[in-house]
Design a binder for this molecule. Sequence first.
Ligand SMILES: *[C@@H]1O[C@H](CO)[C@@H](O)[C@H](O)[C@H]1NC(C)=O
Ligand SMILES: *[C@@H]1O[C@H](CO)[C@@H](O)[C@H](O)[C@H]1NC(C)=O
Ligand SMILES: *[C@@H]1O[C@H](CO)[C@@H](O)[C@H](O)[C@H]1NC(C)=O
Length: 980
Amino acid sequence: MTWLRTTLLAFSLSAPALGQVFDLSQLSWTLKNQNGSIAIPGSLPSQAHLDLLKAGIITEPLLGINDYTQRWIIYDNWTYTADLSSVINGQSTNSGSSDTTLLVFYGIDTVANITFAGHPVAWVDNQFKRYVFDVSGYLESPAGDDKNLTIALESAWYYGLNVTSRPDAEYFPNNANATTSDDYEVPSVRQWIRKIDDDFGWDWGPAFVPTGVHKPAYLVTLANASNPTSPSTPTPEQPFPSTPGTGSPYIGETIFLDETSVDIYKVGQNGTAPPDESADWVLNVTFGLRSTTAYQNPTVTLSLPELELTSQPLDLDAIPAQVGDVTYRSVNWTIPDAKPERWYPADLGTPKLYNLTVTFTLSGSSSSSSSDNATTLTQTIRTGFRTIFLAQTAYSDTDIAQRGITPGDQWHFAINGQPFYAKGTNIIPFDPFYSRISPAKARWVLESAVASGQNMLRVWGGGAYQPSDAQTDGGVYDFYSACDELGILAWSELIFSDTLYPINDWYLENVEGEVRQNVRRVNRHPSNVQWAGGNEIEGIVMQANTSLANGTHYLDEFVALFQDYLHDIVVSETKSVPYTDCSTTHGVLSLDPYVLRFANGTEGYIYGNSERYNYDPTQAFNLSTYPVSRFVNEFGFHSLPSFYSWEEVLESPDDFSLNSTVVMSRDHHPPAGNLSFPNPNAPQGQYQMSSAVELWLPTPNTSDSNQTFAQWCYSTQVFQSMNMIAEIAWYRRGAGLGENNLGSLVWQLNDIWQGVSWSAIEYSGRWKVLNYGLAGVYAPVIVSPFWFPENETLTVLATSDRWESVNASAQMTWYDWSGKVLNSTTRSVEIPSLNNSLVFEGTGLSSILPQGANASDVWLLLNVTATVDNKTVTNEQYFTPASLADAKLVDPQISMTSSSNLTFTLSAKGGVAPWTWIDHPAGTVGYFVDAATERPSNGFYLIPGLDRTLQFMMSKETSSNSIPEPSDFVVRSLWNNTHA
Ligand SMILES: *[C@@H]1O[C@H](CO)[C@@H](O)[C@H](O)[C@H]1NC(C)=O
Ligand SMILES: *[C@@H]1O[C@H](CO)[C@@H](O)[C@H](O)[C@H]1NC(C)=O
Ligand SMILES: *[C@@H]1O[C@H](CO)[C@@H](O)[C@H](O)[C@H]1NC(C)=O
């Protein structure tokens, strides 16, 4: 998004003056603790830990047990201060005292007093808000000798304790049947602070409770009405950010454009019924601005140059001279439905984007001597055209009778009028320290999601609102813009998670500004599919309602906040995307008015969406424990990160074992619930992983302790991937069954540190086995085995999520572990849209297995090939009739040869190598692509005689080692669990 300022009068003699933008990162900052014993250079944007690290006071917070030893930072109060003298001096030479100066913060983490040249400016308490303060005149008349800008931050922990100890603070009780507030590590305060929830710890991450000015901040100087040609252009020695549009806020000489919301929807669209797809498009553009000058006749002209469409000049209401508060002005422009090409996620079409040009013409300045001297500001906004609808009303009798749908309510998304299968994951913050998130790393995670066939990411409500654009809103990276470009949908959430929330006027008002700013900011992104009120709170309050004395009080509060208050705010700011109360919900009784269903339903009907977590490994592949649901928005199993990730953080050779103190300390599941360290519950979480491996895979045990640990890391990942593949196959199969399941989002995509977690991608960007598993099971056409042990039935289905029916060829080949083919059958099937076709069904193990075979001696290779969008797509899956722990494996004697360009050929010279896996060396980030299928591939059954050639596609931007040695790539398989 850029603002370019031009004069309307072509013959204007003088170059137009811009307001001045001073990037506060240019000041020389000092960071101090409360008693002044620490005073070190600070920076902005930054957080205290990062400046302490830079000053050598602490080591990297993610090393070893630093999450414990650095807790003292949480208990102190940190102050950032910087001398403004240089700005004051610069200012006085450049402009008169009649200028207006705005202090703009794109994010402060979190509770702080701000003073500017000795004048108190504000007390702030919301990490998710942009703050703009009028500090005009303060520079010229500092109070006392104080010429500093000071941000005095209060420990979020102490702030929380102070708030919760107030007599009027609401207390949320717990009992054996209801936990109203989940504590992870730093307990009991997070619901009182508008700060990233997992800053206080979560079951996959540390609790650093960071503090600082985590996003950019600026001083913006505007000319006052009486002095419209001032301020002059900055003198060269003044450190200004580069030209407008490359990181600076958008300003004109007299006007600061705080925000521009672009909401694109169909005439008549309101989220309560499917939009009329043939109706015209409405572009609703809302400006938030602050102007030193009143303009009587402002207009806006919108155009889409690529479509050769330009609006008439659209009149805005007069703009008052007002800088302390934002002035909002809106225009609507209607264009024909057929003109723009629609935006689709990459797996369903093309993510087509357009440049929308917004030209602002300011005229009728009351004070201007030459009143016909209009000026224009031009902004270019990247956006797209799509409708998104969340179907939540009852299935019709026709659907029930003719399609065999189980009665109840729909719960799925439709894009551009068409229901589709949502395939994806949940994302969490990319780093414990927001200000150091690297744009390249965040982008890599998104590219990895797209490469593995995902089309939707759920932006989990316990983390941060994701930024839209690195160039605007002070974002440090560009999450939503990257989603728009890459073609992946983003399910957005307001930041509320796993606790009940207090309701009082002060809190509600605080939240209102936060929600309005963020909804408006994200509006222009076609990738956004909805706003959910928060994460998992509906389930918590339903339990409280029935289990706690006075339970209805909590339900009433939930209804007031999530059904009514936040709903009304969100729908007043967007018509293009729906609002739902919660990530996991029983749905609605009515959309208009918005009334939640909660427990009101008919037995046997299906409502809302669901989750699955089951840590009993005996149930991992028991299909009857998988939800039969319209949409499963969270399900997962945890695993260890790779040996390479451990190498980044473990400091002693003794630490490299499953039960070392440091490794255990990085398992936060189940969470401690308090400050105990190491997590006293870690043995339970470690046992869930190790017992799953022991039950389903050969137990790692070799003479080399590092190898054994590396095989544990890999084996927990193999189990995780097997478990997720089985669940996803089940949910995708549901698209063609009574549940009409149209979504599965795995918990979780990325990591916040190097520790035990549910992720598919490690902190460094390294793919776990699971991300390759997703690349397989999220292919458009898949083949999957379903084993029902209760009646010894094996069903094999081919499943497609395409919008047209697909002709496919499915193959089933039984092998023994030496690699001998026992029998093979091929079948052609036609798979209807979003449905399944039966490939095989058999009952009785003896009739399913090849003649006379023993279950632990054989396995089944499943392949499917289909032509989709004129391309051949393939998928390969495996079925073992017995646990791999009991498989009679034969030494595979894998040979790996490398050729130029990091291409590797793997060949099994002995037996079959289940879960063959190549590791790329430390410091490299990338993924392997199979030369034959051109899809990401790693973690497969390598069969003698069927060599695999894989190419390593390296991410140069995120690799610290950009020229790896082919000899540093290592290969392993389950054989190596027990053989050194
Ligand atoms: C930080 O401020 C809190 C008050 O919010 C106070 O209780 C605490 O002692 C302070 N910490 C230090 C180290 O001074
Ligand atoms: C003003 O800021 C400077 C660092 O930029 C610091 O050294 C000095 O102590 C500050 N003065 C006050 C009064 O905080
Ligand atoms: C912020 O200012 C208020 C009022 O002056 C004061 O009570 C409070 O202690 C200050 N907090 C910090 C962190 O300086």
